[in-house]
Design a protein around this ligand. Structure first.
Ligand code: SF4
Length: 152
C-alpha cells in the first residue's frame, strides 16, 4: 500500500488497518470540525488508505458526528443510524459533539451527543487538528483489526 507520508515520517511503522466506511454528519456547531474532516477525507483519499468517507449511511459502518446536537437534527441522526447496515459504530469528534462545547442546551440545542449515546471513538478538541483525527481513526481501526481472531 502506498502512503504519501502526509502524517507519518518516511519509514514509520503504521498500525494494522482494515477497511472502514465513514458517514459524517455535522449536527450543529460552527462547522470548523467539518472543515477539518474534509481535509482528513482528502488526505486519506490521496494516501489510498482503507478508510473512506461515503455519501450515504447505507454504505457506512461508522457514523461520525461533529457539532452540538440541534433539536432539528436529532431525528435526522436517528434516521441515518437506522439506515446503516449492522454492525454500526458511533464516533464523536470535537468538543461540541463530546460535551456540547460552546453551545449550552437551550430550546434549539440538545448539547453534546456524548452525554446521550455511547461512542466507540471520542475525540475532543476545538477543533481537533486533522493529524489528530487521522491518528485517532487509524489507531482505533488498528485496534479493531487486532481484536479480531486471527486465522490459525
Ligand atoms: S468543537 Fe469547536 S470547531 Fe468544532 S464545531 Fe464546535 S465550536 Fe466549531
Amino acid at each position: 500500500m502506498a502512503y504519501l507520508h502526509l502524517f507519518w515520517p518516511e519509514g514509520a511503522v503504521l498500525p494494522r488497518m482494515r477497511a472502514l466506511d465513514i458517514f459524517h454528519m455535522d449536527t450543529g456547531g460552527c462547522t470548523g470540525c467539518g472543515l477539518e474532516l474534509r481535509a482528513v477525507s482528502r488526505a486519506l483519499e490521496a494516501a489510498t488508505a482503507p478508510i473512506r468517507f461515503v455519501s450515504t449511511p447505507r454504505q457506512a459502518a461508522l457514523l461520525l458526528l461533529t457539532g452540538s446536537l440541534g433539536v432539528d437534527m436529532a431525528p435526522v441522526v436517528e434516521q441515518a443510524w437506522q439506515a446503516m447496515p449492522g454492525p454500526r459504530l458511533l464516533a464523536i469528534v470535537g468538543d461540541c459533539a463530546v460535551d456540547g462545547g460552546l453551545f449550552t442546551p437551550n430550546y434549539a440545542v440538545l448539547g453534546g451527543v456524548g452525554a446521550r449515546a455511547q461512542a466507540s471513538l471520542s475525540l475532543p478538541g476545538c477543533p481537533p487538528p486533522p493529524t489528530m483525527i487521522v491518528q485517532a481513526l487509524v489507531s482505533w481501526c488498528g485496534e479493531q483489526a487486532d481484536s479480531r481472531p486471527h486465522p490459525a
